[in-house]
Design a protein around this ligand. Structure first.
Ligand code: AHG
Ligand code: MN
Ligand code: MN
Length: 345
Protein backbone atom coordinates (compact mmCIF):
# COMPACT_ATOMS: atom_id res chain seq x y z
CA UNK A 1 0.00 0.00 0.00
CA UNK A 2 1.67 3.29 -0.96
CA UNK A 3 0.31 6.43 0.57
CA UNK A 4 0.58 9.13 -2.13
CA UNK A 5 2.04 11.48 0.40
CA UNK A 6 4.50 8.87 1.72
CA UNK A 7 8.02 10.31 1.29
CA UNK A 8 10.07 8.19 -1.15
CA UNK A 9 12.82 7.69 1.43
CA UNK A 10 10.43 5.85 3.77
CA UNK A 11 9.14 3.66 0.94
CA UNK A 12 12.72 2.93 -0.08
CA UNK A 13 13.61 1.97 3.52
CA UNK A 14 10.68 -0.42 3.76
CA UNK A 15 11.58 -2.06 0.46
CA UNK A 16 15.23 -2.17 1.47
CA UNK A 17 14.36 -3.83 4.76
CA UNK A 18 12.38 -6.43 2.87
CA UNK A 19 15.32 -7.29 0.59
CA UNK A 20 16.30 -10.30 2.62
CA UNK A 21 18.78 -12.93 1.49
CA UNK A 22 16.19 -15.47 0.33
CA UNK A 23 14.32 -12.84 -1.70
CA UNK A 24 17.58 -11.58 -3.21
CA UNK A 25 18.55 -15.08 -4.40
CA UNK A 26 15.23 -15.41 -6.26
CA UNK A 27 15.67 -11.92 -7.73
CA UNK A 28 19.18 -12.86 -8.92
CA UNK A 29 17.95 -16.08 -10.50
CA UNK A 30 14.91 -14.33 -12.02
CA UNK A 31 13.13 -17.58 -11.47
CA UNK A 32 10.80 -19.36 -9.09
CA UNK A 33 11.82 -22.80 -10.37
CA UNK A 34 12.30 -25.68 -7.93
CA UNK A 35 16.08 -25.25 -8.26
CA UNK A 36 15.84 -21.51 -7.53
CA UNK A 37 13.66 -22.21 -4.52
CA UNK A 38 16.18 -24.82 -3.32
CA UNK A 39 19.05 -22.35 -3.55
CA UNK A 40 17.03 -19.66 -1.83
CA UNK A 41 16.11 -22.07 0.97
CA UNK A 42 19.75 -23.19 1.34
CA UNK A 43 20.94 -19.60 1.66
CA UNK A 44 18.22 -18.98 4.23
CA UNK A 45 19.47 -21.88 6.33
CA UNK A 46 23.05 -20.61 6.04
CA UNK A 47 21.75 -17.27 7.32
CA UNK A 48 20.24 -19.09 10.32
CA UNK A 49 23.60 -20.75 11.01
CA UNK A 50 25.28 -17.35 10.83
CA UNK A 51 22.81 -15.91 13.33
CA UNK A 52 23.30 -18.78 15.77
CA UNK A 53 27.10 -18.49 15.59
CA UNK A 54 27.00 -14.68 15.82
CA UNK A 55 24.76 -14.89 18.89
CA UNK A 56 27.12 -17.30 20.66
CA UNK A 57 30.19 -15.25 19.77
CA UNK A 58 28.59 -12.05 21.07
CA UNK A 59 28.22 -13.65 24.52
CA UNK A 60 31.13 -16.12 24.42
CA UNK A 61 32.96 -14.40 27.24
CA UNK A 62 29.93 -14.90 29.49
CA UNK A 63 28.92 -18.43 28.49
CA UNK A 64 30.51 -21.30 30.39
CA UNK A 65 32.47 -23.56 28.05
CA UNK A 66 32.16 -21.38 24.92
CA UNK A 67 35.81 -20.42 24.65
CA UNK A 68 39.08 -22.27 24.78
CA UNK A 69 40.27 -25.58 23.38
CA UNK A 70 38.44 -28.91 23.26
CA UNK A 71 41.71 -30.77 23.83
CA UNK A 72 41.29 -32.58 20.48
CA UNK A 73 43.37 -32.29 17.31
CA UNK A 74 41.51 -32.29 13.97
CA UNK A 75 42.34 -33.90 10.64
CA UNK A 76 44.41 -30.79 9.85
CA UNK A 77 46.66 -31.54 12.84
CA UNK A 78 45.37 -28.35 14.48
CA UNK A 79 44.06 -27.99 18.06
CA UNK A 80 40.29 -27.60 17.91
CA UNK A 81 38.58 -24.70 19.66
CA UNK A 82 35.19 -25.23 21.32
CA UNK A 83 33.80 -22.61 18.93
CA UNK A 84 35.08 -24.58 15.90
CA UNK A 85 33.07 -27.58 17.07
CA UNK A 86 29.97 -25.56 17.96
CA UNK A 87 29.96 -23.85 14.57
CA UNK A 88 30.61 -27.14 12.79
CA UNK A 89 27.54 -28.68 14.45
CA UNK A 90 25.39 -25.60 13.82
CA UNK A 91 25.80 -25.97 10.06
CA UNK A 92 24.80 -29.64 10.32
CA UNK A 93 21.77 -28.89 12.52
CA UNK A 94 20.32 -26.12 10.37
CA UNK A 95 20.18 -28.49 7.40
CA UNK A 96 18.49 -31.38 9.18
CA UNK A 97 14.93 -32.00 7.99
CA UNK A 98 15.57 -29.69 5.04
CA UNK A 99 15.54 -32.21 2.18
CA UNK A 100 18.25 -29.99 0.68
CA UNK A 101 21.77 -30.86 1.77
CA UNK A 102 22.69 -34.53 1.72
CA UNK A 103 26.40 -34.10 2.54
CA UNK A 104 28.55 -31.63 4.44
CA UNK A 105 32.34 -31.53 3.99
CA UNK A 106 34.01 -29.50 6.72
CA UNK A 107 37.51 -28.51 7.73
CA UNK A 108 36.70 -30.05 11.11
CA UNK A 109 35.58 -33.48 9.87
CA UNK A 110 37.88 -36.05 8.27
CA UNK A 111 35.06 -37.46 6.16
CA UNK A 112 31.89 -35.80 4.87
CA UNK A 113 28.83 -35.96 7.14
CA UNK A 114 25.65 -37.36 5.57
CA UNK A 115 22.16 -36.31 6.64
CA UNK A 116 20.27 -39.52 5.80
CA UNK A 117 16.72 -38.14 5.68
CA UNK A 118 17.86 -35.58 3.07
CA UNK A 119 19.87 -37.89 0.85
CA UNK A 120 17.18 -39.53 -1.26
CA UNK A 121 16.21 -36.14 -2.73
CA UNK A 122 18.87 -33.69 -1.52
CA UNK A 123 21.23 -33.08 -4.43
CA UNK A 124 23.39 -30.42 -2.82
CA UNK A 125 26.61 -30.57 -0.80
CA UNK A 126 27.82 -27.89 1.59
CA UNK A 127 31.59 -27.44 1.87
CA UNK A 128 32.57 -25.20 4.74
CA UNK A 129 35.11 -23.86 7.15
CA UNK A 130 32.89 -23.36 10.21
CA UNK A 131 35.19 -20.88 11.92
CA UNK A 132 37.99 -19.26 9.95
CA UNK A 133 40.63 -17.46 12.00
CA UNK A 134 40.27 -19.63 15.10
CA UNK A 135 43.33 -18.03 16.69
CA UNK A 136 41.22 -14.85 17.05
CA UNK A 137 38.28 -16.43 18.92
CA UNK A 138 39.55 -16.24 22.49
CA UNK A 139 40.76 -12.66 22.07
CA UNK A 140 37.48 -11.35 20.61
CA UNK A 141 38.90 -10.41 17.20
CA UNK A 142 37.23 -10.82 13.81
CA UNK A 143 36.59 -14.34 12.54
CA UNK A 144 34.45 -15.83 9.82
CA UNK A 145 32.78 -18.86 8.27
CA UNK A 146 33.39 -19.79 4.63
CA UNK A 147 31.04 -21.91 2.49
CA UNK A 148 30.53 -23.28 -0.99
CA UNK A 149 27.64 -25.21 -2.48
CA UNK A 150 28.12 -27.90 -5.09
CA UNK A 151 25.66 -30.23 -6.79
CA UNK A 152 26.12 -33.92 -6.05
CA UNK A 153 27.13 -35.83 -9.17
CA UNK A 154 26.24 -39.53 -9.20
CA UNK A 155 24.94 -41.58 -6.27
CA UNK A 156 28.09 -41.60 -4.10
CA UNK A 157 27.59 -45.34 -3.52
CA UNK A 158 30.94 -45.72 -1.72
CA UNK A 159 30.05 -42.82 0.59
CA UNK A 160 33.40 -41.15 -0.03
CA UNK A 161 32.06 -38.10 -1.88
CA UNK A 162 34.60 -38.65 -4.66
CA UNK A 163 32.61 -36.36 -6.96
CA UNK A 164 33.73 -33.42 -4.81
CA UNK A 165 37.28 -33.84 -6.13
CA UNK A 166 36.64 -31.54 -9.06
CA UNK A 167 37.72 -28.01 -9.89
CA UNK A 168 36.17 -24.86 -8.46
CA UNK A 169 34.10 -24.17 -11.57
CA UNK A 170 31.72 -26.82 -10.17
CA UNK A 171 30.70 -24.46 -7.36
CA UNK A 172 27.16 -23.17 -7.86
CA UNK A 173 27.36 -20.71 -4.95
CA UNK A 174 29.97 -19.47 -2.47
CA UNK A 175 30.21 -16.97 0.33
CA UNK A 176 31.38 -16.13 3.78
CA UNK A 177 30.11 -14.67 7.03
CA UNK A 178 32.27 -12.05 8.75
CA UNK A 179 31.69 -11.80 12.50
CA UNK A 180 32.97 -8.27 13.07
CA UNK A 181 31.52 -5.13 14.66
CA UNK A 182 28.51 -6.08 12.57
CA UNK A 183 27.85 -9.55 11.21
CA UNK A 184 27.92 -9.57 7.40
CA UNK A 185 27.11 -12.27 4.90
CA UNK A 186 28.65 -11.97 1.43
CA UNK A 187 27.62 -14.39 -1.32
CA UNK A 188 27.52 -15.05 -5.01
CA UNK A 189 25.58 -17.52 -7.16
CA UNK A 190 27.49 -16.45 -10.23
CA UNK A 191 25.55 -13.23 -10.81
CA UNK A 192 27.87 -10.82 -8.97
CA UNK A 193 28.90 -10.44 -5.33
CA UNK A 194 26.40 -9.07 -2.81
CA UNK A 195 26.75 -8.09 0.86
CA UNK A 196 24.14 -8.29 3.61
CA UNK A 197 24.29 -6.90 7.14
CA UNK A 198 22.56 -8.65 10.03
CA UNK A 199 19.98 -6.35 11.60
CA UNK A 200 19.76 -7.82 15.13
CA UNK A 201 16.49 -5.97 15.78
CA UNK A 202 14.91 -7.83 12.83
CA UNK A 203 16.99 -11.01 13.02
CA UNK A 204 17.37 -10.67 9.25
CA UNK A 205 20.28 -10.14 6.88
CA UNK A 206 19.46 -7.00 4.89
CA UNK A 207 21.01 -6.06 1.55
CA UNK A 208 23.78 -3.48 1.96
CA UNK A 209 25.93 -3.68 -1.24
CA UNK A 210 25.12 -5.17 -4.64
CA UNK A 211 27.49 -6.18 -7.42
CA UNK A 212 30.65 -5.38 -5.50
CA UNK A 213 33.65 -4.78 -7.79
CA UNK A 214 37.16 -5.05 -6.35
CA UNK A 215 39.47 -2.14 -7.39
CA UNK A 216 42.04 -3.19 -10.02
CA UNK A 217 44.78 -2.12 -7.60
CA UNK A 218 44.90 -1.33 -3.90
CA UNK A 219 47.52 -0.34 -1.30
CA UNK A 220 47.10 -3.39 0.96
CA UNK A 221 49.32 -6.42 0.93
CA UNK A 222 48.27 -9.01 3.49
CA UNK A 223 50.55 -11.83 4.57
CA UNK A 224 52.29 -13.26 7.61
CA UNK A 225 55.80 -11.85 7.22
CA UNK A 226 56.85 -14.04 10.14
CA UNK A 227 57.22 -16.72 7.46
CA UNK A 228 59.60 -14.56 5.37
CA UNK A 229 62.58 -16.92 5.63
CA UNK A 230 60.36 -19.97 4.93
CA UNK A 231 59.22 -18.62 1.57
CA UNK A 232 60.58 -19.21 -1.94
CA UNK A 233 62.98 -16.48 -3.08
CA UNK A 234 60.37 -15.15 -5.55
CA UNK A 235 57.98 -14.25 -2.73
CA UNK A 236 60.83 -12.60 -0.84
CA UNK A 237 61.54 -10.58 -4.02
CA UNK A 238 57.90 -9.38 -4.00
CA UNK A 239 58.03 -8.45 -0.31
CA UNK A 240 61.28 -6.52 -0.83
CA UNK A 241 59.58 -4.70 -3.74
CA UNK A 242 56.58 -3.52 -1.66
CA UNK A 243 58.93 -2.56 1.18
CA UNK A 244 60.93 -0.33 -1.16
CA UNK A 245 58.07 1.27 -3.14
CA UNK A 246 55.67 3.97 -1.95
CA UNK A 247 51.97 3.31 -1.73
CA UNK A 248 51.87 -0.08 -0.03
CA UNK A 249 50.63 -0.86 3.48
CA UNK A 250 50.60 -4.14 5.40
CA UNK A 251 47.40 -5.42 6.99
CA UNK A 252 47.11 -8.95 8.44
CA UNK A 253 44.37 -9.96 10.86
CA UNK A 254 45.04 -13.66 11.33
CA UNK A 255 41.64 -14.43 9.79
CA UNK A 256 41.57 -14.95 6.03
CA UNK A 257 37.93 -13.82 5.88
CA UNK A 258 38.72 -10.45 7.48
CA UNK A 259 41.74 -9.80 5.26
CA UNK A 260 39.80 -10.91 2.18
CA UNK A 261 36.87 -8.64 3.06
CA UNK A 262 39.10 -5.57 3.38
CA UNK A 263 40.68 -6.33 -0.01
CA UNK A 264 37.31 -6.96 -1.66
CA UNK A 265 36.25 -3.42 -0.74
CA UNK A 266 39.55 -1.51 -0.85
CA UNK A 267 41.78 -3.50 -3.21
CA UNK A 268 45.15 -5.12 -2.69
CA UNK A 269 46.38 -8.71 -2.35
CA UNK A 270 46.35 -11.46 0.26
CA UNK A 271 48.99 -14.13 0.01
CA UNK A 272 49.54 -17.33 1.90
CA UNK A 273 52.40 -18.85 -0.10
CA UNK A 274 53.84 -22.30 0.22
CA UNK A 275 57.09 -22.69 2.10
CA UNK A 276 60.18 -24.65 1.21
CA UNK A 277 59.10 -27.31 3.74
CA UNK A 278 55.37 -27.14 2.88
CA UNK A 279 55.13 -26.05 -0.76
CA UNK A 280 51.35 -26.60 -0.70
CA UNK A 281 50.90 -23.89 1.94
CA UNK A 282 48.31 -23.89 4.73
CA UNK A 283 44.95 -22.94 3.27
CA UNK A 284 42.52 -25.63 2.15
CA UNK A 285 41.21 -25.55 -1.40
CA UNK A 286 37.66 -26.87 -1.20
CA UNK A 287 36.32 -24.76 1.65
CA UNK A 288 38.70 -21.79 1.93
CA UNK A 289 40.50 -20.87 -1.32
CA UNK A 290 38.01 -22.06 -3.95
CA UNK A 291 34.93 -20.33 -2.46
CA UNK A 292 36.88 -17.08 -2.05
CA UNK A 293 38.33 -17.42 -5.54
CA UNK A 294 34.78 -17.79 -6.90
CA UNK A 295 33.80 -14.56 -5.14
CA UNK A 296 36.95 -12.68 -6.11
CA UNK A 297 36.59 -13.53 -9.79
CA UNK A 298 32.90 -12.57 -9.66
CA UNK A 299 34.05 -9.21 -8.25
CA UNK A 300 36.56 -8.70 -11.09
CA UNK A 301 39.64 -9.83 -9.20
CA UNK A 302 41.97 -12.81 -9.45
CA UNK A 303 42.98 -15.86 -7.40
CA UNK A 304 45.93 -18.11 -8.14
CA UNK A 305 48.32 -20.59 -6.59
CA UNK A 306 51.07 -18.39 -8.07
CA UNK A 307 51.21 -20.46 -11.22
CA UNK A 308 47.62 -21.70 -11.77
CA UNK A 309 44.14 -20.22 -11.34
CA UNK A 310 42.66 -21.49 -8.07
CA UNK A 311 39.38 -22.34 -9.81
CA UNK A 312 41.22 -24.70 -12.18
CA UNK A 313 42.91 -26.74 -9.45
CA UNK A 314 41.60 -30.32 -9.15
CA UNK A 315 42.11 -31.57 -5.57
CA UNK A 316 43.23 -35.14 -4.90
CA UNK A 317 41.56 -35.14 -1.47
CA UNK A 318 38.87 -33.28 0.48
CA UNK A 319 41.46 -31.46 2.61
CA UNK A 320 43.96 -30.63 -0.16
CA UNK A 321 45.90 -27.42 0.49
CA UNK A 322 47.27 -24.96 -2.09
CA UNK A 323 49.23 -21.72 -1.91
CA UNK A 324 46.87 -18.73 -2.27
CA UNK A 325 47.42 -15.33 -3.90
CA UNK A 326 44.09 -13.49 -4.15
CA UNK A 327 42.86 -9.94 -4.70
CA UNK A 328 43.05 -7.11 -7.23
CA UNK A 329 44.02 -8.21 -10.75
CA UNK A 330 47.08 -5.94 -10.94
CA UNK A 331 48.37 -6.89 -7.51
CA UNK A 332 48.01 -10.64 -8.04
CA UNK A 333 49.73 -10.23 -11.43
CA UNK A 334 52.60 -8.38 -9.74
CA UNK A 335 53.19 -11.27 -7.30
CA UNK A 336 52.98 -13.77 -10.18
CA UNK A 337 55.53 -11.74 -12.17
CA UNK A 338 58.16 -12.31 -9.47
CA UNK A 339 57.40 -16.05 -9.52
CA UNK A 340 57.68 -16.13 -13.34
CA UNK A 341 60.92 -14.10 -13.18
CA UNK A 342 62.55 -16.60 -10.78
CA UNK A 343 61.30 -19.53 -12.89
CA UNK A 344 63.16 -18.03 -15.89
CA UNK A 345 66.48 -17.72 -14.10
P1 AHG B 1 41.36 -21.66 10.40
O1 AHG B 1 41.16 -20.88 11.66
O2 AHG B 1 40.07 -22.06 9.73
O3 AHG B 1 42.31 -22.80 10.57
O4 AHG B 1 42.02 -20.68 9.34
C1 AHG B 1 43.11 -19.94 9.74
C2 AHG B 1 43.85 -19.53 8.50
C3 AHG B 1 43.37 -18.22 7.92
O5 AHG B 1 42.15 -17.78 8.42
C4 AHG B 1 44.45 -17.24 8.29
O6 AHG B 1 44.67 -16.32 7.25
C5 AHG B 1 45.66 -18.12 8.48
O7 AHG B 1 45.19 -19.39 8.87
C6 AHG B 1 46.56 -17.60 9.53
O8 AHG B 1 47.67 -18.50 9.53
P2 AHG B 1 49.03 -18.04 10.26
O9 AHG B 1 48.69 -17.93 11.71
O10 AHG B 1 50.00 -19.14 9.91
O11 AHG B 1 49.42 -16.72 9.64
MN1 MN C 1 40.10 -21.19 7.81
MN1 MN D 1 38.54 -23.19 10.52
Amino acid sequence: MTDVGQPLAQEHTLDRDCTTLSRHVLEQLRSFSAEAQDLSAIMNRIALAAKLISRRLSRAGLVEGALGFTGNVNVQGESVKKMDLYANDVFISVFKQSGLICRLASEEMEKPYYIPENCPIGRYTLLYDPIDGSSNIDVNLNIGSIFAIRKQEGDDIEGDARDLLQDGHRQIAAGYILYGPSTMLIYSIGTGVHAFVLDPSLGEFILANENIQVPNHGPVYSTNEGNFWQWEESIRDYIRYVHRHEGYTARYSGALVGDFHRILFQGGVFLYPGTVKKPEGKLRLLYESAPLAFLMEQAGGKASTGTESILDVVPDAIHTRTPLIIGSKEDVALVESFIQERART
